[in-house]
Design a protein around this ligand. Structure first.
Ligand code: FES
Ligand SMILES: [Fe+2]
Length: 354
């Protein structure tokens, strides 16, 4: 999976096109401006139409391949600013300066694009197969029930290495021993319950005897923590964490708690492959608005972001070692159940691709 493809035909096979990918935060696509993005090696030009929807066109003019993201918006249309071809939001060329006839082949590819929650999703495959109902449900950053803060990080690494990291949270006890995994050997010692989902996996677990830190100390000296997340292709991580009084795990018989938590944390993240060794990691962290004031959100977010930099340092270094000797085999352990199962699913999607 990591080996660099030798020929262009294999390069094509590397990506799963028929999938929704997060291309941007909605607030990044400002009215009147064109944003250049790359998703699975495809250059995209994104902009907002007058109705507020997102237009996603191939960022390559069909004339002489100038980037359309360097062009100009004229109402809902986009004019290439090299020689002036003008394109409608559906990708059709509607004007060629000094030429009456517009050939049918004068068009750029349009990608289905949707706003859900606070993310802009693009469908990179067959437009006819794009089903917006399949886009995962997420909480918007301005949802009144939650207090959230967002960010993003670019990685020089294959997206599946970042997925591996999110599919196996045992690393919290080690990579994050000074941040989000502090005093929590349970992350590595206890395995979560794993359930298959369509294009993903669900992980659930109780941690008991959790020592809260900082502003969370007011909740009690020790807490039971219920962590549940869905991880969906290509790298969407949707996690809820409930903090409970000691004894709740036992009362729940190890199952999902039926009672309201003392503190309800939310983490929503998405990994988007840009190129073979380049990925973008979008994330939001926070909690129910009643559980967290603005100041404590800053604290929670600062620790979380520090942890994400810890992951980035480690994974980019791991990628370099993999690339040194791509044929070397890794040693499987029982920690790898999630990553292994997810990769099998990805391979299945890849071989099912047309
Ligand atoms: S390259 Fe776009 S108009 Fe010529
Ligand atoms: Fe991590």
């Amino acid at each position: 999976m990591y080996a660099a493809p030798q020929d262009p035909a294999r390069e094509e096979l590397m990506w799963i096109c028929n999938a929704w990918y997060v291309a941007a935060w909605t607030h990044e696509i400002e009215p009147g401006r064109i944003q250049a993005r790359t998703v699975i090696d495809q250059p995209l030009a994104l902009y907002r139409s007058s109705t507020g929807g997102i237009v996603a066109l191939e960022d390559r003019c069909c004339h002489r391949f100038a980037p359309l993201s360097l062009g100009r918006l004229e109402g809902d249309d986009l004019r290439c600013m090299y020689h002036g071809l003008k394109f409608a939001p559906d990708g059709r060329c509607i004007e060629i300066p000094g030429q009456k006839l517009i050939p049918q082949s004068a068009c750029v590819r349009r990608y289905p694009a949707e706003v859900r929650g606070s993310w802009v999703w693009v469908w990179m495959g067959e437009p006819a197969q794009a089903d917006a109902a399949k886009i995962p449900t997420t909480i918007a950053l301005d949802d009144a029930g939650w207090r959230l803060k967002s960010g993003q990080l670019d990685y020089d690494a294959h997206y599946l290495l970042i997925d591996d990291n999110l599919l196996d949270l045992s690393h919290l006890s080690f990579v994050h021993e000074k941040t989000i995994g502090m005093d929590m050997p349970q992350w590595a010692d206890l395995r979560p319950r794993m359930t298959p989902l369509e294009r993903g996996l669900r992980f659930q677990r109780w941690h008991t005897d959790h020592p809260p830190r900082g502003f969370m100390k007011k909740l009690g000296e020790r807490l039971d923590v219920w962590t549940a997340y869905d991880f969906l292709f290509p790298g969407v991580f949707l996690q809820r964490t409930g903090f409970y009084p000691p004894g709740t795990a036992e009362q729940s018989g190890g199952q999902a708690p039926a009672v309201e938590p003392l503190f309800h944390r939310l983490d929503e993240q998405a990994v988007t492959p840009m190129a073979e060794r380049r990925s973008r990691y979008f994330y939001a962290a926070g909690a129910r608005s009643g559980d967290l004031d603005a100041e404590n959100l800053e604290r929670l977010y600062a620790v979380t972001e520090r942890a994400f930099h810890e992951d980035k340092t480690l994974i980019e270094a791991q990628q370099k070692l993999i690339d040194r000797e791509p044929e070397r085999r890794m040693l499987p352990t029982s920690l790898d159940a999630g990553p292994t199962q997810f990769r099998k699913m990805v391979e299945g999607l890849m071989s099912a691709a047309p």
